[in-house]
Design a protein around this ligand. Structure first.
Ligand SMILES: N[C@@H](CCC(=O)N[C@@H](CS)C(=O)NCC(=O)O)C(=O)O
Length: 187
């Protein structure tokens, strides 16, 4: 699929800024970042997924043919960012950069509780199902599982058994393995 340029980790040094990737309005400097034909530049992961699905779809990753599945997919795709991903950045900052007095402060504990609540919610959703929205992968899984990877990998936190098995299923997918080999090539 001839989508434009996409940056993930590792991001080429000096890629961001005026006249560079994403143009002047993407100085936030976060990845992922997508540039596409026609002056398109996006650096919000959920917007990138919705854009690619609409622009280059249709795709079963966004099941628009079934209202109930589409609603669930949209809901959980946003949930992955607003209830999981968004809370992880301050938690990572606290974990790796905060002084001792702030590592376990009120905000950190509150954010952890919020992520744990989302984890419980997701575990209920994958009970008896292969993926969050049913038996097929959707954008929701890409959104939510990314945060779970950070929770476990970067923060060293636990996931319940049901979600460990879910992550294993995702990792076993051929597309995941292909992406992993590509990442290894550029490292
Ligand atoms: N809301 C953004 C968050 C992006 C984000 O936090 N990306 C991290 C890497 S996973 C990053 O680039 N962090 C560097 C920074 O915040 O300076 C999204 O969903 O794409």
């Amino acid at each position: 699929m001839p989508v434009g340029r996409c940056w993930t980790h590792p991001c080429p040094a000096g890629s961001f800024g005026e006249g560079k990737a994403g143009g002047p309005f993407l100085r936030a400097g976060t990845v992922p970042l997508l540039e596409d034909a026609g002056g398109v530049a996006l650096n919000e992961s959920v917007a990138i997924m919705l854009y690619i699905s609409q622009r280059y779809g249709p795709t079963p990753l966004l099941p628009t043919g079934n209202a109930a599945l589409m609603a669930q997919c949209l809901q959980l795709t946003l949930f992955g960012e607003t209830e999981v991903g968004m809370n992880l950045n301050p938690l990572i900052a606290a974990h790796f950069m905060a002084g001792e007095a702030d590592k376990r402060n009120w905000s950190v504990i509150g954010l952890e509780e919020r992520v744990k609540r989302a984890i419980q919610n997701a575990e209920t959703l994958v009970y008896n199902k292969s993926y969050l929205v049913g038996d097929d992968l959707t954008l929701a899984d890409i959104s939510v599982s990314c945060g779970f990877g950070i929770w476990q990998g970067a923060l060293g936190e636990q996931l319940p058994e049901g979600l460990m098995a879910y992550r294993e299923r995702l990792r076993a997918r051929a597309a995941y393995q292909r992406a992993k080999s590509r990442c290894a090539e550029v490292e």
